[in-house]
Write a protein that binds this ligand. Structure first.
Ligand SMILES: Nc1ncnc2c1ncn2[C@@H]1O[C@H](COP(=O)(O)OP(=O)(O)O)[C@@H](O)[C@H]1O
Ligand SMILES: [Mg+2]
Length: 266
């Protein structure tokens, strides 16, 4: 579903992504773990065509994410959820989720905000998946932070995407609400067969929710394996070992601990 080869992104002299190779299978729930500044958001933005990579190949949902002409089609199939649940506060919950349909309806219909009964029915289905259908007609600013993030998930689902990219979707929520939000996201994606790439900095949630975890440090993937096999020693690769990783040669960065292989074995 996502294929990344030798991806680099440089901002001036700051090499943020330094050669990423990654394949994400259809239906996989992949967590990208890494400290602040590791390049997690940059990676997601590259996948969504929001950031143009410096070099490398990137195909998501069948579209070349490095081709600016394909960006509209790409984004129709690759939805994004942000940390600050960027829903429109004064709109109703229903309207916020309906905006997820905007990429799918004709431009005239979208200017006039004409949505078909099917669009409304699909929107209500998405709201049911996050258990907010009873709030459909309330203003979104009347909801709690966790509920707003669920609206953000419903809006992404309403797009009927093949891929959802979630950039620290629970960073501003309390632990209980965070788990609930991630549970809704995982359940909806499982049921609808959507591939998820979710940036997190909380290790516990990564373990609990990730089918697979990759660790990003110093602009490189330093580990890759199953979520339930993540050990504390592996975390040093991402967190404590950050300094060495940043200064290591590429091969060394991929083999920092003997029991780890670069791909598939946490
Ligand atoms: N638009 C930008 N212009 C310049 N530097 C940027 C830009 N976006 C991100 N960076 C830099 O890239 C690095 C990685 O940022 P980011 O991808 O946001 O990391 P993370 O999401 O893991 O915290 C940081 O050093 C940040 O300052
Ligand atoms: Mg970030």
């Amino acid at each position: 579903m996502i294929r990344i080869r030798s991806l680099t992104k440089q901002y001036g002299s700051n090499a943020v992504l330094r050669g990423i190779d990654l394949d994400v299978a259809a239906g996989e729930f992949l967590v990208v773990l890494g400290p602040s500044g590791a390049g997690k958001s940059t990676l997601l933005r590259c996948i969504n065509g929001l950031v143009a990579p410096t070099s490398g190949e990137l195909v998501a949902a069948g579209y070349d994410a490095t081709d600016a002409r394909k960006v509209r089609q790409l984004r129709r199939n690759v939805a994004m959820i942000f940390q600050h649940h960027n829903v429109v506060p004064r709109l109703s919950v229903l309207k916020n989720v309906l905006t997820g349909r905007l990429g799918q309806v004709s431009s005239l219909a979208s200017i006039l905000q004409l949505f078909s009964r099917q669009d409304v029915a699909l929107t209500m289905d998405c709201l049911r998946r996050v258990e907010l259908d009873h709030k459909a007609h309330e203003r979104t600013d009347a909801l709690s932070g966790g509920q707003r993030q669920r609206v953000g998930i419903a809006r992404a689902l309403a797009q009927r995407p093949q891929v959802i990219l979630a950039d620290e979707p629970v960073a501003s929520l309390d632990p209980k609400t965070s788990r609930l939000v991630l549970q809704y996201l995982r359940a909806a994606c499982r049921e609808l067969g959507i591939t998820v790439v979710c940036n997190l900095h909380q290790v516990d949630y990564a373990r609990e929710f990730g089918d697979r975890i990759v660790g990003l440090a110093g602009g490189k993937l330093v580990l890759d394996g199953r979520g339930d096999e993540l050990r504390d020693s592996h975390l040093n690769l991402i967190y404590a070992g950050l300094d060495q990783v940043q200064h290591a040669a590429p091969a060394a960065a991929r083999q920092p601990a003997p029991e780890l292989s670069a791909q598939g074995a946490l």
